[in-house]
Design a protein around this ligand. Structure first.
Ligand code: PHE
Ligand code: ZN
Ligand code: ZN
Ligand code: ZN
Length: 289
């Protein structure tokens, strides 16, 4: 597995913070900080050799956009997707929610491009708009994808809040199909001596848009507005009786609202999952009869 650069991810987060600061303090749907964030991510991916597409859609909060980036090559019949929502709430810059997931998958995508590896499967990365309005971007993407293209997706991995300041390591998989991805994620944490818990996130992030079509999904979450118990503080450190992210959906979700150790661990987990599933053998899909 790759050792992805936390230095680079921190620089990406500083960039997202600067974009928010220059645009009224947020990167929310319908506000200029969202589009500026998307343009910045797109330019990095274009420069690295990705084929990018911007998908525009409208919401009651204004126009939003998804960014979809395909790495050329791999078996188009077996697509491995990694996604994160790029929008913040209007209350603040959204650096943990979800600058962290956005910056981590960006770094994984850039590192893959720089690695010179060839993947057995086709790798696709996505940055969703308007997650905070109810998973609108990922739903829009799936609704507009042909049945054949939906069937080509073997796995969707979702990263939403992966650097919470009082972190937990919550693994989710809202799908009985699975493709073993949840087990691969927990095995990775165990191999690094990082305790983890399963969580049922009740469809609270963009993986739900894939799950509802029967696509295998998994993801991790370092925790939000709920309180860390003393049992959780014993195994993970941090502060019992405090929220995993006391600045969840608030103006204080800034560049200071990050646990760098947790972000670094989750970054390397994401790299592991992308590298592993890039070459995963999903078997042969028989053509319909
Ligand atoms: N999707 C939620 C938000 O953006 C946070 C969340 C992420 C909740 C992952 C559960 C699991 O506010
Ligand atoms: Zn397949
Ligand atoms: Zn949120
Ligand atoms: Zn979120």
């Amino acid at each position: 597995s790759p050792d992805l650069s936390i230095t680079n991810v921190t620089a990406h987060l500083q960039q997202l913070q600067s974009i928010a600061t220059a645009n009224g303090g947020n990167r929310a749907t319908g506000r200029p900080g969202y589009k500026a964030s998307l343009d910045w991510v797109k330019a990095k991916l274009d420069a690295a050799g990705y084929t990018t597409q911007v998908q525009q859609f409208s919401t009651s909060s204004g126009t939003s956009y998804n960014l979809v980036a395909d790495w050329p090559g791999g078996d188009a019949e077996h697509v491995v997707m990694t996604g994160a929502h790029l929008d913040s709430v209007s209350a603040g810059p959204g650096i943990n929610d979800n600058g962290t997931g956005s910056a981590a998958i960006l770094e994984a995508a850039l590192a893959w491009a720089a690695s010179g590896n060839t993947a057995k499967n086709h790798l696709r990365f996505a940055w969703w708009g308007a997650e905070e309005q109810g998973l609108l971007g990922s739903n829009h993407y799936m609704r507009n994808l042909s049945t054949a293209d939906k069937d080509r997706i073997d796995l969707y991995m979702n990263y939403d809040m992966v650097g919470s300041p009082n972190p937990g390591y919550f693994v989710y998989d809202d799908n009985p199909v699975g493709n073993g991805a949840r087990d691969a994620m927990t095995a990775y944490y165990t191999s690094k001596g990082i305790p983890w818990e399963y969580i049922d996130v009740q469809g609270r992030s963009d993986h739900a848009s894939f799950r509802s079509y029967g696509i295998a999904t998994t993801g991790m979450y370092s925790g939000g507005e709920t309180t860390k118990t003393s049992a959780q503080a014993s195994k993970w450190g941090g502060t019992a009786g405090q929220a995993f992210d006391p600045c969840y959906h608030r103006s204080c979700d800034t560049i200071s609202n990050i646990n760098t150790t947790a972000l670094d661990r989750n970054l390397d987990m994401i790299g592991h999952m992308v590298w592993l599933y890039a070459d995963k053998d999903f078997g042969t899909t028989l053509p319909p009869t």
